[in-house]
Structures are given as structure tokens and as C-alpha cells.
Design a protein around this ligand. Sequence first.
Ligand code: GLU
Length: 309
Amino acid sequence: MVGAGRFAPSPTGDFHLGNLRTAILAWSWARLTDRRFLIRMEDIDAQRSTDQAAQRQLEDLDRIGLDWDGPVLVQTTRAEAHRRALATLHERGLVFECYCTRKDIREAASAPHVPAGHYPGTCLHLNEDERQEKREQLAELGRAPALRFRAPRDQWTVVDELAGEYAGTVDHFVVQRADGVPAYNLAATVDDAFEGIDQVVRGDDLLAQSPGQAALLWALGAPEPTYVHVPLAVNSSGERLAKRDGAVTLAELTDEGWSVGDVVEWIGESLGVSRARCAADIAEALGIEGLRAMSRDPWVVVPPRGRRR
Ligand code: GLU
């Protein structure tokens, strides 16, 4: 059976060079390992996602030469499946209500035994009377509890093609936000399982989330994919590439006189490939060995002023 790789952007704005590079890498990994390649629009964050951004992102992917199999999966259409998964976790005793505010968590999380950024466990062991009392207190404030994953183990090891075996702490992360919206980790995991994704290529800012996602896949009875966490693009100060760094999107660069091929060539050069004009040129030049051997250092994007006009 052929598996599937995917690219799963959040449609919150135009892609910058780093996102385009990750997309090319995800596509190359899928195609060079005979997998289907799927696109999923992770639009569950309704406040930040727009249809226009989704459309522009797909156009950019098409312009740099990516193709994908079947229709784009739009995450908000999967609400029923996300609810069912939450119900399954509930039946299996793998979620618990959390009544904490951000401030509560910040204060409790500064305790020395809590790993940085992790949930301090405040609501993990409450009994039913305590829960009822907390629920009522929240209801008086017009708030509802969030749901968190009752992690089956502290540690989980995933296999990453670039990082090797990666063991990380499984946090009791939020699976349903207090406003009832499924959280990113839940939605992404449920949809990966639904789409038969067995290869997850994405930015390495998400490497630390992968043990938790793998544990959640296990909890839902779904197989674990292979991961490929690729380095991010940064500016010359080492910060993540962003709008303030000048012309960094395809639209901005073409406005400055670049052709799409020039932009792909630039991305190719960051991967040690010369004269690439479309994604397939990069995939072909790298081959699977080149993909495996890529540097894990961030791509430092230095604006090549006047290089191609
Ligand atoms: N939607 C997430 C993002 O754009 C990526 C999720 C993933 O690839 O798992 O950061």
C-alpha cells in the first residue's frame, strides 16, 4: 500500500521563503518515496484564518511547481470527526477537564519540577466533588473548562529522518479549548490518521510536539508516522523569518522583479542545488540521499540585493 505525505499550512497569510522551502521538501520526500502528497488547510483557528489566504497559498504552491493528490482537506469540515475522537478519548479515560486560567498555569508552572512550557498538573488528580465545584465556579464567570490529554506515559520516542530517535516529554496538552474548538494537536493528529499520513514533514519548531502527537495517535488506535522535521528560515539575527525582514513572500519578490523560477533557484541554493527552476528540479538534484543528508541548521536568509532583477 502506498502511504501519504502532507503539507498542512494554517491559512493565516502569505507563505514566506521558509514555508515555501518546507513545502518543497515535504513534496520531495513524498514523491521520492512513492507516496501520495496531500494538502490540508489547518483553518480551525477561525480568528486568524481566511479563505483568501488559503487560496493564495495554494496558488503559490502551484506556481513553484508542486502538485497534490485529490482535493485539499479543509480542517473545519472535520469538526464531527474531531468531536468523535474527543468522545473516544473521554470513554477511554484519556482526557480530563482543566479549569486553569493562563495565569494559574504560569504561576504553577514556575515550580521546579515542571518542564518548561508544560502543564503543571493542577487539575489532573481532582476528584468528582472538586471538579463539580470548579465547574460551578467557572460557570459563574461565564467560562467553561478546557480538555487536556491524560498522557499515558511521561516520555515517548519518535523516529525522525533527520533528528534520529527523538525522545520527548508528553505534556498534558489541551485537546479541546475552553471555547469548545478542538486544539491544533488533536485536529492535526485525527486528520493525519484519517488521511493515512505515514510521513510528516514540517518545520522543526514542531519536533517537540511530535512525542505528544504520537502518544495521541496511539491513544486513538492509529499507526505512528515517520517524521522529518526540517530547519526553519531565519534572518541574519537568527530570528524566525517574518514580514519585517523585507521582501520574503513570492508576491513581494515578484513585485521586486524576481521571477518565480528565480525564487525557486534561491531556495534550491539553500539546499546545495544550483539552477533549479521548479520544485521537481530540486527533488531530482537532491534525490532521497540528498534529502536525508540535509543540514539541520536553520537557513539564514540574507536578502540578495540586486542579485536578480
Ligand atoms: N498548521 C501547522 C502550521 O502551519 C503545521 C502543522 C503540522 O504540519 O503538523 O504551523
